[in-house]
Design a binder for this molecule. Structure first.
Ligand SMILES: *Cc1c(COP(=O)(O)O)cnc(C)c1O
Length: 368
């Protein structure tokens, strides 16, 4: 009997770096300083540098990064935000939490990213911002999206929570638009051992306001300039992220090797495989295939001990939280994607033997 293959296990990533992580944690414990200190400052500089951005602002999580970026760009009540109909729910929630209105735009069914051809039809005099998502690690078509935004005086905020290290037109994500939002949730390509997030930007005004907003609206202790929140990345997470950042490129390369293997050996089975646009380099956060027989495939894989997961089974507009605002059938591409997508195991610690076993299993199930 073969061992089971979980969708993702986080243990091996800590095990590989354990001595370095132990040293980083010890450094924080010995410092006696746990918030807004040297580790965060160093990580902010290193992460911004990696992303090719002038500024990095460490925050408590990815959702906060999105909602604080919206606030810092003055997006609020009365404003409409164009957002992909197919994304993780957090992208939408951030817009609602600042009091702005979600305006879903369908994705290109091949790239699973926002389709710039559909922006015009969604534009109204109240449109203030576009919030593209680099879903599954693949950069959204930022060129046309940013050009459209400039033509219509809109700001662009990127949800890059799944795309650490991805490149668009030869440049890493991190400063193509006004603000780029990151999550370091443990399962992301760069993950903390708890919650953490960040914004990167080239705009000094924005960086300054985000630093104030994350600390109760205070620039100076006990002097409150505006209604802020508490969203500080902890020193211990910053220290651990500094260790993991040094391995991000190598770990992304291992993801790429698995994606290459899947790309090559899953052809001819009637599966929709991830798009590889010529001007983008994916971070391969998730390897998502499409099949009208998704549930049958997932069940059969589970029977062989292989765990595949669906990202995401219910589109945002059909979630209970949004009942009464949208109805079934209003975003048919998003609804079809929710029915057909299946994420295969991928990660820096998935062995080639396991990837090969997954491929053999899928070929057997689909009769290839
Ligand atoms: C993970 C994720 C988020 C939220 O990040 P948290 O750190 O969990 O708040 C937002 N958007 C996308 C696309 C994500 O994958």
């Amino acid at each position: 009997m073969n061992h089971g293959i979980p969708f993702l296990s986080l243990g091996p990533s800590v095990a590989e770096l354990r001595p370095e992580i132990d040293a980083a944690v010890a450094r924080v414990l010995d410092s006696g300083w746990y918030l807004l200190g040297k580790e965060l400052e160093a990580f902010e500089g290193e992460w911004a540098g990696y992303c090719g951005a002038s500024h990095g602002i460490g925050l408590a999580n990815g959702l906060d990064a999105l909602r604080l970026a919206l606030t810092a760009l003055d997006v609020g009540p009365g404003d409409e935000v164009l957002v992909p109909a197919h994304t993780y729910i957090a992208t939408w929630l951030a817009i609602d939490q600042v009091g702005a209105t979600v305006v879903p735009v369908e994705c290109d069914p091949v790239t699973c990213n926002l389709d710039p051809e559909r922006l015009q039809a969604a534009l109204t005099p109240r449109t203030k911002a576009i919030l593209p998502v680099h879903l599954y690690g693949l950069p959204a078509p930022l060129g046309p999206i940013i050009a459209f935004a400039r033509r219509h005086g809109l700001v662009v905020i990127e949800d890059a929570a799944q795309a650490h290290g991805a490149e668009y037109q030869g440049r890493r994500l991190g400063a193509h638009s006004d603000a780029v939002c990151w999550s370091f949730y443990p399962t992301k390509n760069l993950g903390a051992l708890g919650d953490a997030g960040a914004v990167t930007t080239d705009r000094a005004d924005l960086a300054d306001r985000l630093r104030v907003l994350r600390n109760y609206g205070q620039r100076q202790r006990y002097i409150c300039e505006e209604i802020g929140i508490n969203s500080r990345m902890e020193e211990i997470h910053a220290a651990i992220l500094r260790v993991k950042l040094r391995h991000l490129d190598a770990w992304n390369a291992r993801r790429q090797a698995i994606a290459d293997l899947y790309d090559q050996d899953l052809q001819g089975l009637g599966l929709g495989l991830p798009a590889r646009p010529a001007d983008a380099r994916s971070a391969h956060h998730l390897y998502v295939v499409r099949s009208p027989r998704r549930e049958a495939l997932r069940t059969a894989l589970a029977g062989l001990g292989i765990q595949a997961i669906c990202h995401y089974p219910v589109p945002p507009h059909l979630q209970q939280a949004y009942r009464g605002r949208f109805h079934p059938g209003s975003f048919p591409i998003a609804e079809t994607l929710a029915d057909e997508v299946l994420s295969l195991p991928i990660g820096p610690h998935l062995g080639t033997e396991d990837a090969t076993r997954i491929i053999t299993a899928i070929r057997g199930i689909l009769g290839g």
